[in-house]
Design a protein around this ligand. Structure first.
Ligand code: SAJ
Length: 451
């Protein structure tokens, strides 16, 4: 019963004749959702159009209930697995939840049921990890006695219901009959194209969608470092590069570019982990080893950006004769994504943890995140910037776009801005007397080293 499970269950419960039971462990972090949902209320914060109303409706008419009792699987025709699948510090997938859930289902599932995995997994996991557990505990055979499918989610915070209904769905069955049954099932709630394929192809496609984005962001970050070194503004370069026409009606003659946005780092629950799942699959299930340096180097390039922010901060403070060790620094933005309260794998925490031991004081401002273990957080912008030696922008929250430079200069002890998310106009900042650095913003072109 998380970001994916709740809206999916609610949508399915709204189908005539469907009855849905959500299973949720009574864990410390999420147990409270059981009673919350059974009271017809949505546990998901933030603006999710239509979700609260839908939950109230389907709980109200009895077609959606939530329980911690996993034995309800014994009556289920279709069972969806939608648990979290994190990776550890060595980038190895942590399948504790997936294993527990697979064991519980194996013990209770009935002949003729369909099991669908929606969690993002390392390709090969459905076949080599989940299937053996289900078959062993149930005594049933995948593809013969029950159907097994992998079908991934494409939900995004703020658009959960919309995406579920309107994003094309990939359905990867263990056998063609599994795929067929999976497609027929999803047709009940999805109004977009449904693409049938194999389980492994679907698992790889999901990871590729996110690895693709991670590599593109790494490309933008590398171009940004080059622009800094040569003395131009990467956002101007990006605008010019992306001016190539995009004409979907003529794919062959379609030179368009979609350079992503360079910044202070890459966070979230998808991009920082998905590439490692792909690498894990090669090591665990690949017939032979293959070079994955584009994927791995891109991951490392994105993980370098918080360190680059520290270098920019150090340089900008020096221009004001302030040493890092004596500096009081304010980081603006803690969430991993603008206008969100989601802090999962946020690069702002990495920057905070780099700075805290080597400067006098670090305070973090975020309009949405009110508390985080080991971080001095405030939602009060004036308190955050007053008498600090430097502000560093880590997340592009809407509130920061309205900051006035003359106000900021009055508030700061020394006029230093390090812009990790292209919030300020460099020329305005420099002409207002700030020492200004930014990701991808070349300050002044050095004399050619060759002379
Ligand atoms: N980021 C950049 N530059 C960019 C885009 C993102 O630095 O050009 C950074 C963001 O600041 C953030 C991180 O990357 O720290 C991730 O941003 P994201 O927009 O990819 O947001 P996510 O992590 O929520 O990604 C999800 C993914 N959706 C699913 O896994 C179902 C991703 O595939 C989607 O493309 C993305 O949402 C989306 O487009 O909203």
């Amino acid at each position: 019963m998380g970001y994916v499970g709740i809206p999916t269950a609610a949508l399915l419960a709204d189908v005539d004749g469907f009855n849905v039971v959500g299973v949720q462990r009574r864990s410390k972090r999420s147990g409270w959702k059981i009673d919350h949902l059974n009271a017809g209320k949505s546990p998901i914060e933030g603006d999710e159009p239509g979700l609260a109303e839908l939950i109230e409706k389907v709980v109200g008419n009895g077609s959606f209930t939530v329980t911690e009792d996993v034995s309800v699987c014994k009556d289920a025709d279709v069972i969806l697995i939608v648990v979290q699948t994190p990776v550890d510090d060595n980038h190895v997938p942590q399948y504790t939840s997936l294993k527990e859930v697979s064991q519980s289902i194996g013990q209770h599932m009935k002949k003729g049921s369909m099991v669908i995995i929606e969690s993002t997994v390392a390709p090969g996991t459905t076949q080599y990890f989940v299937k053996p557990i289900l078959e062993e505990l149930s005594g049933l055979k995948a593809g013969e006695d029950f159907n097994l499918v992998f079908s991934y989610e494409r939900v995004m915070a703020g658009r959960l219901l919309h995406n579920l209904r309107n994003m094309p769905k990939i359905v990867g069955g263990f056998t063609p009959a599994c795929t067929e049954r999976g497609v027929a099932f999803y047709k009940n709630i999805i109004q977009a194209e449904i693409y049938p394929t194999s389980t492994l192809t679907a698992e790889i496609s999901k990871i590729t969608e996110n690895a693709y984005r991670d590599v593109n962001i790494a490309f933008a970050n590398e171009i940004a470092l080059i622009c800094e070194s040569l003395g131009v503004n990467v956002h101007e370069v990006r605008g010019l590069v992306n001016s190539l026409p995009y004409d979907p009606s003529n794919p062959a003659k379609n030179p368009y570019r979609m350079m992503h946005i360079p910044g202070a780092g890459v966070g979230g629950h998808c991009l920082p982990k998905d590439t490692w799942l792909l690498k894990y699959s090669i090591d665990a299930y690949g017939k032979n080893d293959v070079p994955t340096n584009v994927l791995v180097e891109s991951r490392l390039a994105n993980d370098y950006m918080p360190l680059h922010m520290k270098e920019l901060i150090e340089g900008a403070l020096k221009a004001q004769n302030v040493q890092l060790i004596e500096a009081r620094i304010c980081i603006l933005g803690f969430a991993f994504l603008e206008d969100s309260d989601d802090t999962r794998n946020t690069p702002a925490l990495t920057l905070h943890n780099i700075l805290k031991p080597i400067c006098r004081e670090v305070i973090v401002h975020d309009p949405y995140v009110v508390a985080y273990e080991g971080v001095t957080l405030t939602t009060d912008l004036e308190e955050a910037v007053k008498d600090r030696n430097c502000v560093a922008i880590a997340t592009r929250h809407r509130e920061y776009l309205d900051i006035k430079l003359d106000w900021l200069k009055k508030m700061l002890a020394t006029p230093v801005i390090v812009d990790g998310r292209n919030v300020f106009n460099p020329e305005d900042a420099l002409s207002s007397g700030f020492s200004f650095r930014g990701v991808g913003i070349g300050t002044n072109t050095k004399q050619s080293k060759k002379e």
